[in-house]
Design a protein around this ligand. Structure first.
Ligand code: ADP
Length: 298
């Protein structure tokens, strides 16, 4: 507001330099506001479990002659401690993806390995809910064979043993990004549903992209919420997110990793039917001797 007023006053001077300075100021103010919001959010998110822990420890002391109550309270304390640990870990992850240049130690990372790691990370949670996880890493050649030519869903395609898809990037960050998407798919799906992970190559003028799509048959996300879920700490249903140990930071991390690798993440969803999150990332060049790493534009 204030910066705009300043801008209006200096505009008649016709000095581009002054205008640029004012724009810088506006941007600086915006960044400062985002930082303030973030700190406020973090404080709030930390206060909740810490407050609960403090109340529960008092309750334990008061109930010292009732072993069953003590056990109950201790169980809840453990839950709050897990939530705190998750939050701190995700804050560390977020700060790492924001501060480190992912391409500094970039390497060709096999998609098959990323998928295996993500599936492994969620195996326990999926097992408890009897969620089937299926992954398909197929080549575009395979997708076209005997199909209508669209390769639209690829379900007719022969899954090929192509561990050949490789992404150019930071292994740890890519694993964290895909892991978050698969974890969400499991968390926001009812029991006895299916989570699918599919990868394919998408031709592009400046170098091919690898697309990894994570599809669930879960609760879905309304159109209104779809753009907001990538914001830090944004949750459609905070209670549900907390129940699954969610922090509201996962998709913010995914979005950051995608962008810093020169890619993107998008979401398709039908409420009550499911969602598909798609990561699109630059393919690593086949020849290991030539560095064809795309540089991010920012
Ligand atoms: P959280 O830790 O809460 O899962 P995320 O940043 O990973 O945080 O996701 C933000 C919100 O987006 C979630 O709280 C949830 O409401 C929604 N969401 C994410 N993934 C899915 C999904 N696969 N299906 C439905 N809702 C989802």
């Amino acid at each position: 507001g204030e910066a705009l007023a300043v801008s209006a006053r200096v505009a008649p001077l016709g000095s581009r330099l002054v205008l640029l300075l004012v724009e810088d100021l506006t941007e600086a103010r915006r960044i400062e506001a985002v930082r303030r919001d973030f700190v406020a959010n973090v404080s709030h998110e930390l206060k909740t479990p810490v407050g609960a822990l403090s109340l529960l420890s008092e309750a334990v002391m008061d109930a010292s002659d009732d072993p069953q109550a003590v056990e109950r309270f201790a169980g809840r304390m453990q839950g709050e401690a897990v939530r705190l640990t998750n939050l701190v870990q995700e804050l560390i992850d977020l700060s790492r993806v924001q501060n480190d240049d992912p391409l500094e130690d970039a390497e060709p990372v096999r998609v098959e390995e990323l998928v295996a790691e993500a599936v492994g990370r969620c195996r326990h949670a999926a097992g408890t809910k009897q969620i089937t996880m299926a992954s398909n890493v197929w080549s575009p050649e395979g997708a076209d064979q005997g199909d209508t030519g669209q390769g639209d869903t690829g379900h007719r395609a022969e899954p090929t043993a192509t561990g050949d898809f490789r992404i150019w990037g930071n292994r740890g960050q890519l694993a964290a990004a895909l892991g978050n998407l698969v974890e969400n798919a499991v968390n926001y799906s009812p029991a006895r549903t299916r989570v699918g992970i599919a990868a394919r190559r998408v031709p592009r003028a400046g170098g091919d992209m690898i697309e990894i799509a994570v599809t669930d048959q879960g609760i879905g996300i309304s159109e209104k919420e779809r753009e907001r879920v990538f914001e830090r700490f944004y949750r459609v249903d905070p209670a549900r997110s907390r129940a699954t140990g969610g922090t509201g930071l996962g998709l913010a991390i995914v979005k950051h990793v995608a962008a810093s690798h020169g890619g993107e993440v998008t979401v398709w969803s039908a409420e009550g039917q499911g969602s598909t999150f798609t990561l699109r990332l630059p393919e690593a060049a086949a020849a290991p001797t030539r560095d064809r790493a795309p540089r991010p534009s920012h």
